[in-house]
Design a protein around this ligand. Structure first.
Ligand code: HEC
Ligand code: HEC
Ligand code: HEC
Ligand code: HEC
Ligand code: HEC
Ligand code: HEC
Ligand code: HEC
Ligand code: HEC
Length: 477
């Protein structure tokens, strides 16, 4: 009995050299004969892994069928592949592979391509920007490093072609027909779960001027004290469950993927907890958004009161309504009118106003919305709405007027924009106009930010929009 407990203990904490290690296959022992001396640090990091302790070696991951498009038919007597794709990991981790395959992560590189899978879809603004305005080398080293390349195999050597590899983009298109790369987040060859839970793993892609989630999290109340308050948490623990284990502040993985003891199970599809798409030109609700919001509520509720959570989401909804209704929808309306009037040609980025618009929604507008979603006040304010307003009033509207005099008049006359022309005259007149403007904001109801239809672009002004009925968050209860 006592010895069984000791063995169990070794299994749990995985001491190196513990007798609990499972034997390695013949094939893997053969790999090690060469690779132990050729690539010793690679082998050493695998040796420390839970895989090594469970008898999962080089061959178990790298093995291939002779008919696989990426198979090296005779690698010193073994059929192997350099690539280890979600199909390979999924042989043993079916649940994670299935959940990942349903996510937008998995299909992001596919969605940048035409339906034939070959050519890029240049009508997507970012694709045009990377592939045409900048150039293909920038696309390969930049865009595809995060989104994923389409890996092609050299028919002679059977190695991946350098034009498409190495690549650990999250939606990589693999020769075996699978999409994604588990190793985008799981570091080879240790595959240590504590490393995967680090916010910087997500931050490899989720950072910078257009989607600064890492920076937002770092400046939020959650990120500030992560390194000291979470020091009692064993990040290697599986499962690590909110409600049972002593997590003090959440990281990206806690909120977007981790499990709780009640209601919200671990997932590899972060979209199952999102009620908004905050990255679009005009934000829209996700399908079944209130169920998805409830799934995130269940995460927050392990650490916060309902009132705090609901209030937070109300703030978020208001920030999105403000962005959509005051800036993004009017700007899109003006662009549409300019196109209809023949003032813009079909190429997406050869006119100044198109680039002003890109900065407004893709950079500053995303920062404002994502800052509000994850509690980063500087991103909401100085990096967000301040820049959106500057862009809209002092670049976008003047440029539209230059292209087509009078085109902004109707929009500029709306009460939320009237301050631009109204505040002037004597000191007293100016003060009165400022007070009128502030009263407008205090008295107006925030408009309903979306109808529940994904990609819904229905537009209404601040003045005519229906008052928000029940706060969205309460509907989900
Ligand atoms: C007889 C020695 C030998 C054996 C046995 C061997 N390898 Fe290799 N392996 C090599 C050499 C040499 C290279 C090329 C190294 C280089 O390019 O630096 C290589 C390269 C690789 C690569 C990288 C291919 C690429 O993309 O460049 C992988 C993956 C690999 N081996 C896996 C395995 C696995 C899995 C086994 C066991 C089933 C194995 N090897 C057995 C010698 C061996
Ligand atoms: C749990 C699965 C797993 C195991 C076990 C494993 N590998 Fe890998 N290996 C990967 C993944 C994932 C990659 C990244 C390949 C890709 O781009 O898809 C990789 C890449 C490689 C590469 C090429 C990339 C490079 O950095 O040069 C070599 C060489 C390699 N592995 C050798 C080995 C050897 C030797 C062993 C045994 C000691 C081993 N692997 C065990 C999953 C595994
Ligand atoms: C041949 C089966 C097999 C393959 C292929 C395989 N694994 Fe595993 N994996 C296991 C086993 C067995 C364990 C240890 C038991 C457990 O923890 O569930 C494990 C454990 C893990 C863990 C937990 C590690 C920890 O620190 O607790 C992760 C993460 C993981 N695998 C990811 C991957 C990824 C990613 C791939 C593909 C690159 C992969 N595995 C390929 C069988 C496999
Ligand atoms: C540093 C990593 C990184 C680079 C480089 C990058 N992206 Fe992205 N991209 C992302 C992330 C992360 C998102 C998700 C944005 C969000 O919702 O927060 C995204 C979103 C997108 C979307 C919107 C997806 C959708 O359907 O909603 C497109 C399209 C896109 N990127 C294309 C590109 C192109 C083209 C390039 C090169 C010009 C590029 N990206 C460069 C990480 C990157
Ligand atoms: C977006 C990053 C990301 C990608 C891509 C990813 N994982 Fe994970 N994975 C994680 C995180 C984070 C956790 C830990 C979640 C938690 O805290 O419970 C995890 C946990 C796991 C676990 C441990 C599950 C358990 O028992 O708790 C396995 C196994 C695993 N992943 C396999 C895979 C496989 C297989 C793939 C590819 C099909 C994959 N992962 C792709 C981030 C990722
Ligand atoms: C290798 C790059 C990369 C890594 C690493 C990465 N992501 Fe992403 N993520 C993306 C891209 C690209 C998108 C945009 C996908 C699209 O809409 O086309 C995205 C989208 C998302 C979304 C929006 C999903 C949706 O359904 O709209 C969330 C949430 C997210 N990522 C969270 C995470 C978390 C949490 C991690 C770490 C555990 C992580 N990501 C790691 C590249 C990455
Ligand atoms: C406290 C929990 C929490 C933490 C920690 C957190 N997020 Fe979020 N995240 C949210 C919430 C809430 C939203 C908005 C949800 C909604 O749409 O209903 C969001 C939105 C997002 C989005 C926008 C998705 C879209 O398409 O609109 C991405 C991407 C994202 N988070 C990635 C990350 C990354 C990367 C990290 C870590 C650096 C992180 N998050 C940390 C709660 C969190
Ligand atoms: C693992 C516990 C945990 C989870 C999960 C969590 N938080 Fe927090 N949150 C905290 C802690 C602890 C603080 C206070 C940190 C401090 O004071 O430095 C905090 C602070 C906050 C604050 C700032 C409150 C204030 O008084 O200024 C808001 C808002 C917030 N969280 C919202 C959320 C939302 C919304 C979610 C879910 C999407 C969430 N949190 C998930 C632990 C958590």
């Amino acid at each position: 009995m006592a010895s069984a407990v000791v063995v169990l203990w070794f299994l749990l904490i995985g001491l190196p050299g513990a007798t609990a290690e499972l034997p390695l296959s013949q094939a893997t022992q053969s790999c090690l004969k060469c690779h132990e001396s050729m690539s010793p640090n690679l082998v050493e990091s695998w040796r420390k892994s839970s895989h090594a302790q469970h008898g999962i070696g080089c061959f178990e991951c790298h093995q291939a069928n002779a008919s696989d498009p990426d198979a090296i038919p005779d690698h010193n007597g073994h059929i192997i592949s350099t690539l280890v794709t979600p199909n390979d990991c999924g042989r043993c981790h079916a649940e994670q592979a299935a959940s990942f395959a349903r996510s937008r992560h998995a299909t992001t590189a596919l969605r940048m391509r035409q339906p034939d899978g070959q050519a890029f879809d240049g009508t997507k603004p970012e694709v045009f920007l990377g592939g045409v305005m900048q150039g293909m080398a920038s696309f390969l080293n930049g865009c595809e490093s995060c989104h994923g390349s389409q890996v092609a195999i050299d028919p002679e050597t059977r190695l991946p072609l350098s034009r498409t590899y190495p690549n650990h983009g999250i939606g990589r298109i693999n020769p075996d027909g699978s999409v994604g790369a588990c190793s985008a987040c799981h570091q080879r060859h240790e595959f240590r779960i504590a490393s995967t839970r680090q916010p910087g793993v997500c931050g490899r892609c989720h950072l910078g001027p257009d989607h600064p989630q890492l920076e937002i999290w770092k400046e939020s109340k959650h990120g500030l004290t992560f390194h000291t308050t979470n020091d009692l948490v064993d990040l290697n623990r599986r499962p690590l469950l909110l409600g049972r284990h002593p997590v003090v502040v959440p990281t990206c993985a806690t909120c977007h993927l981790g499990g709780t003891i009640g209601g919200t199970a671990q997932t590899h599809d972060p979209g199952t907890r999102l009620s908004w798409r905050t990255g679009l030109e005009v934000s829209s609700r996700t399908t079944d958004w209130s169920d998805k919001r409830l799934a995130m509520f269940n995460v927050c509720a392990n650490c916060h009161s309902m009132n705090l959570i609901i209030s937070h989401y109300e703030h978020l909804d208001k920030a999105i309504a403000l962005y959509n209704k005051k800036f993004a929808e009017p700007a899109r309306e003006i662009l549409d009118r300019l196109r209809q009037a023949g003032k813009l040609d079909p190429a997406p980025f050869n006119e100044k106003i198109e680039l002003i618009w890109l900065s407004l929604w893709h950079h500053e507008g995303r920062r404002a919305r994502m800052g509000a979603a994850m509690m980063g006040p500087d991103y909401v304010q100085w990096q967000g709405f301040y820049q959106v307003a500057l862009r809209f009033y002092f670049e976008f509207l003047p440029e539209a007027e230059r292209l087509s005099p009078g085109i902004t008049a109707e929009i500029a006359a709306r009460p939320e924009h009237r301050w631009l022309t109204e505040i002037g005259g004597t000191k007293e007149e100016a003060e009165a106009a400022i007070q009128r403007s502030i009263r407008f904001w205090l008295e107006s109801q925030p408009p309903d930010p979306g109808s529940g239809q994904p990609d819904d672009g229905a537009s209404a002004t601040m003045e005519t929009a229906p008052a928000i009925s029940t706060p969205a968050t309460e509907k989900s209860h």
